[in-house]
Write a protein that binds this ligand. Structure first.
Ligand code: PLP
Length: 371
């Protein structure tokens, strides 16, 4: 009997996530599984929460990883805050903004979208204009739009919403651990992220954080949260307080991995981590320019961890990706939706974000493109 797992090659993950996982994190995954209410595991849970507060820059009590990938964090934030008939505004300039709008609609909200062309950032003045015409209970936006490589000005939108009293939901799946995220300072009420992008864990958890105002909104709900698994009022009893109660069996080893990965970020220092992301991004942009490949997004709103680049005219983009994978063991991402066939998405997330990796990709691209 062949075992497929035994023969998995080491692929340099330079797509939109997952990113490369450091050895220390793999080691944490293979530590002995503890019981989900074991006192030592509870200590690890508490320290994981503390480490998340540091990278998110928040004092929020309810800060912990939801037991599923980033999309579950998105769903958790929206399903707890939204009730049928609520007015919700979603700022959409890519796939993940669209996904938030879809979830809000399924919850029976009255959803408006502010649609911005893919590749352009949301304009805070436009947000101001829309929220001054209509009252919204929830406004949501993606910080780092992985489908386009655009950074949205989350820090400028927060103060506008504060004046209107809307709850602010922010997707930091790709931004957390790669660029600055300031949950409290920016007035974010519900924030979610993922493990497999700049935190360099395997996929499987979605760190979330809820403000006091968000928790009060949940307490005042007229209807029960329609999703049992993601109901914060129930999960709280497992992640908070002196006496912990079973809600669901936590993915114990994944939490070890996140704990370890957050420890690595802290040991390097957040500012150093951000600087490393910036540096390898600049190195990539310069190298690509030399072989005639241009960036897709204007400089001020480019994400260092997700580089959307234009496919040169006459190049079969899928063939290039498959040669990179087969001959060079490098994965890069394709464009999605309206950008399919037009861009590649080159991820420099977390542990992947190193000059030596950029050089390896540039060398391979030169060979594959014959430049
Ligand atoms: C990857 C991603 C998600 C979804 O996360 P999954 O782990 O794939 O469920 C959501 N938002 C953004 C911005 C992402 O990049």
């Amino acid at each position: 009997m062949t075992d497929l797992i035994e023969n998995i090659p080491e692929i340099l993950l330079m797509g939109p996530g997952p990113s490369c996982v450091p050895e220390e994190v793999y080691e944490a995954l293979r530590a002995p599984t503890l019981g989900h209410l074991d006192p030592l595991f509870i200590e690890i849970m508490d320290e994981t929460k503390e480490r998340l507060r540091l990278v998110m820059k928040t004092d929020n009590d309810l800060t912990f990883p939801v037991s599923a990938t980033g999309s579950a964090g998105m769903e958790a934030c929206l399903v707890n805050l939204i009730e049928p008939g609520d007015r919700v505004l979603v700022l959409v300039n890519g796939v993940f903004g669209g996904r938030m709008a879809e979830i809000a609609r399924r919850l029976g909200a009255e959803v408006d979208t502010l649609d911005v062309p893919w590749g352009k950032p949301v304009d805070p003045a436009e947000v101001e204009r829309v929220v001054s015409k209509r009252e919204y209970k929830v406004v949501s936006v993606v910080h780092a739009e992985t489908s386009t490589g655009v950074r949205n000005p989350v820090e400028e939108i927060g103060p506008i919403l504060k004046l209107r009293g809307a709850l602010y939901v922010v997707d930091t799946v790709t931004s957390l651990g790669g660029i600055d995220v300031r949950c409290d300072e920016w007035g974010v009420d519900a924030l979610y992220s993922g493990t497999q992008k700049c935190l360099s864990c395997p996929p499987g958890l979605s760190p979330v954080s809820f403000s006091q105002r968000a928790l009060e909104t949940i307490d005042r709900r007229k209807s029960k949260v329609p999703n049992w698994y993601l109901d914060m009022s129930l999960i709280k009893s497992y992640w908070e307080g002196k006496k912990r109660a079973y809600h669901h069996t936590a993915p114990i080893n994944m939490i070890y991995a996140l704990y370890r990965a957050l420890g690595l970020v802290q040991a390097e220092g957040l500012e150093n981590v951000f600087a490393r992301h910036r540096k390898s991004h600049e190195h990539l942009a310069a190298g690509l320019r030399e072989i005639g490949i241009e960036m897709f997004v204007e400089p001020a709103f480019r994400l260092p961890m997700l580089n959307a680049v234009r496919v040169p005219d006459g190049v079969d983009e899928a063939a290039v990706r498959s040669r990179l994978r087969e001959s060079h063991r490098i994965e890069i991402g394709a464009g999605l939706g309206p950008l399919a066939g037009k861009i590649w998405r080159i991820g420099l997330m977390g542990h992947t974000s190193k000059e030596e990796n950029v050089d390896r990709l540039l060398g391979a691209m030169r060979k594959v493109l014959g430049r």
